[in-house]
Design a protein around this ligand. Structure first.
Ligand code: AHR
Length: 693
């Protein structure tokens, strides 16, 4: 046995996390402040630790007894188009209602008259460019000078960076003998012209005109003008303004900073497209994946179910363009190395809304959608949907393995439908692992009704959801300790601590919520035999366009930041390990919301030979612990320590202070097979060191 060393961190490694706002100065100051706070807490901890040496908690880790494997899918990401997460968020098309097919055809648009031009602007569907989104706008300018046209407001404004390149395109037609020219302009709210181009050669039949715009200044609230100059009549449809700067530089691709946040999580899976959006408020408006693939113009528009969900946050202009559809979701999974986890409608609309249910005798189209999706993702050129995937640019299969049947469904209606999906898909595709629903909450009648039946049905993985206060999360770290090891596995598919209550617009992404999630997640990891997947929800929130909070990542049109909750997720997923290690904590009662203390879990990463010890200290003072490593082989004297904490439980990150609560990694010396470490008050700590063979 070696001596007791303090194992205090020695020097910072500079950190690996980049701020993603424009305000580097503020961030630098904030980082220094946080560092000082943290150092003070550590020094306090050391003093207190010396005083309480004999009373310290003991953490004993058995390196020679690797436990259950930790599934590669353990820590994943849940995506839903809520809070303008897709259009206006991850999918960076700047033009809202680009094909004039919202029920109010000019929503997002207004008429512009330059120099008092005369004429009229109206929408019609006569001889359309295409039939899926048939409506377009006709601009008839009757003044020889000036210009008449339409202006688009974008998603909470059109956000542009100075000098960035944007591809503009429009489908246009003019039956005039001498068609007029079009002017495209980006203008700031004060009227400053940011860039402008003239488009000539409007064709007599529908054709695309395009140009590049390069704004001369940064602006979050720009507008786009599309104007017919002089006299003439032009039909306009499918207007697009798309940044060149996208993830992986793909034309029409996803927003780079937002995908980067996901990639930085190294998630085990990506669940898409939700959430309640899968179900729709009515069956007619359910999510249908086949409508979201193929050429973009052929993807029919659909109302977003969050459009009218919350009276306190109405979003009448919230529709799904499906620029981000199933092809893009699969591509995203591939890009960030996450297993795809699509969730399909099981013949039931949202039971919080209409609760419409398809009769069992009419379930076939829903089953067929599932079969076709498997073919689309995994099939070869000899299959109908595999061939389409190849034609649309992705020859390699996407390697689909998991499929969710229904979102938050409950009662007998669901179980009957799930059983039918399981029967049909099990026979045709035994290689696909199905995920079933335990209802909307982590307990209660629906939950208790579902579980025994799902066990009887030999369900593979059951999706549990939990939105509750921090106290629930502090108290639920032991939730899975008693779960049947032989029964279905668990997917904690949606969870987030609510600082006020579920659905409250006052909920905050504060440190208390994140800390309670961290405590809970130690319980998920300790039960890796049972829990094989988990994801925080929802993922994105637009600062101006949210309906629901809290969310993992917040953004505006250009900037984004990660919440303390994100950093908790990241610390778990970037320190996943592959096997649990047996760990015993003595010298304290199991921590709860009433009796705060240390929540502990340990695992091993075979690749590096490292022990990974995660400790959440929920107590309002530092806690010292002796760490004993038992097993074969030597223990390295050096490792790393990463600490995530905040001066107050109420602290949050924001666009202005994006890293107020963010992890700090340092080198750690003085490790041995029996050493001491002080865990700062209300903190999460990840310790890594090499031990054993
Ligand atoms: O995450 C927000 C919503 O909460 C999801 O759409 C739904 O599944 C849950 O009720």
């Amino acid at each position: 046995m070696g001596g007791v060393s303090d194992g205090a961190p020695r020097g910072l490694d500079g950190g690996t996390h980049e701020g993603r706002d424009d305000g580097g100065g503020e961030e630098g100051r904030e980082f220094t402040m946080r560092l000082r706070t943290w150092q003070r807490m550590m020094i306090g901890g050391v003093c207190l630790g010396l005083g309480t040496l004999l009373a310290a908690v003991q953490i004993e880790i058995r390196v020679d007894q690797p436990g259950a494997p930790i599934a590669p899918t353990m820590w994943g990401v849940f995506f839903e188009d809520i809070n303008y997460g897709a259009d206006g968020g991850l999918y960076p098309e700047r033009i809202k209602n680009r094909s004039f097919d919202f029920p109010e055809p000019l929503m997002g648009w207004s008429v512009v008259r330059l120099e008092g031009s005369e004429g009229d602007v109206a929408t019609t569907a006569e001889e359309p460019a295409q039939t899926v989104r048939p409506r377009y706008v006709r601009v008839r300018s009757t003044s020889p000078r000036g210009g008449l046209g339409v202006q688009n407001e974008g998603f909470f404004g059109i956000a542009v960076q100075a000098g960035a390149e944007f591809d503009f395109s429009v489908r246009a037609r003019s039956r005039d003998v001498r068609p007029p020219v079009l002017r495209v302009e980006l203008v700031a709210p004060d009227g400053t012209l940011l860039d402008s181009r003239v488009l000539r050669g409007v064709p007599a039949e529908w054709g695309e005109l395009s140009c590049r715009l390069i704004p001369k200044a940064r602006e979050l609230k720009a507008r786009l003008n599309l104007v017919v100059e002089g006299e003439g009549s032009v039909d306009l449809d499918e207007v697009s303004l798309f940044p060149r700067d996208t993830w992986a530089g793909r034309r029409g691709g996803l927003r780079r900073d937002l995908v980067q946040w996901l990639a930085d999580l190294k998630p085990g899976f990506l669940r898409f497209p939700g959430g309640c959006i899968v179900e729709g408020r009515h069956l007619e408006t359910r999510y249908q994946w086949k409508n979201t693939v193929g050429p973009i113009g052929g993807r029919p528009l659909l109302v977003n179910r969050w459009n009218t969900e919350f009276k306190h946050r109405p979003a009448p202009d919230y529709y799904q363009s499906f620029g981000l559809g199933f092809m893009e979701y699969f591509q995203l999974c591939e890009d960030i190395g996450a297993a795809p986890l699509p969730i399909l409608n099981c013949g039931m609309a949202c039971q919080f809304n209409s609760g419409e249910v398809v009769p069992m005798s009419q379930l076939q189209p829903y089953l067929q959608d599932a079969l076709d999706l498997i073919e689309f993702a995994n099939g070869g050129a000899d299959t109908e949907w595999g061939r389409r995937r190849i034609e649309w640019g992705h020859p390699r299969p996407f390697g689909l393995k998991y499929l969710g049947i229904g979102n938050e469904q409950w009662q007998q209606d669901y179980l009957e439908r799930y059983a039918e999906f399981a029967r049909v898909l099990g026979a045709r595709h035994p290689e696909i692992v199905l995920i079933s629903s335990a209802g909307p909450g982590p307990d209660g009648p629906h939950f208790r009704f579902a579980w025994p039946r799902l066990r009887e049905l030999k369900a593979a993985i059951v999706d549990e959801h939990c939105y509750d206060g921090p106290r629930w999360f502090f108290d639920a770290a032991g939730r899975y300790d008693q779960y049947d090891r032989q029964g279905p596995r668990v997917f904690m598919g949606e969870y987030a601590a609510q600082s006020v209550r579920t659905g409250s617009p006052e909920n905050r992404n504060n440190w208390e919520c994140a800390l309670s999630e961290a405590a809970f997640m130690t319980g998920l990891e300790r039960n890796a035999e049972v829990v094989v997947m988990s994801s925080y929800a929802p993922l994105f929130g637009h600062e101006e366009g949210w309906q629901w909070r809290p969310n993992l990542i917040w953004c505006d049109g250009l900037r984004s930041y990660a919440t303390p909750n994100y950093y908790v997720q990241q610390l778990f997923s970037r320190n996943r390990g592959d096997h649990l290690l047996s760990v015993q904590v003595t010298g304290q009662a199991p921590a709860t919301s009433r009796e705060p203390g240390l929540y502990v879990t340990a695992c091993r990463e075979t690749r590096t030979g490292e022990v990974i010890l995660k400790v959440v200290n929920s107590a309002p003072e530092p806690r010292r612990a002796h760490v004993r490593t038992v097993g074969q082989g030597a223990v390295a004297s050096r490792g790393t320590v990463t600490v995530l904490t905040a001066a107050e439980l109420s602290e949050e990150n924001s666009l202005e202070a994006p890293r107020r609560v963010a992890p700090i990694t340092s080198r750690l010396e003085g490790i041995s097979d029996f050493w001491a470490h002080t865990f700062p008050k209300q903190s999460m700590t990840v310790l890594r060191w090499r031990a054993g063979r």
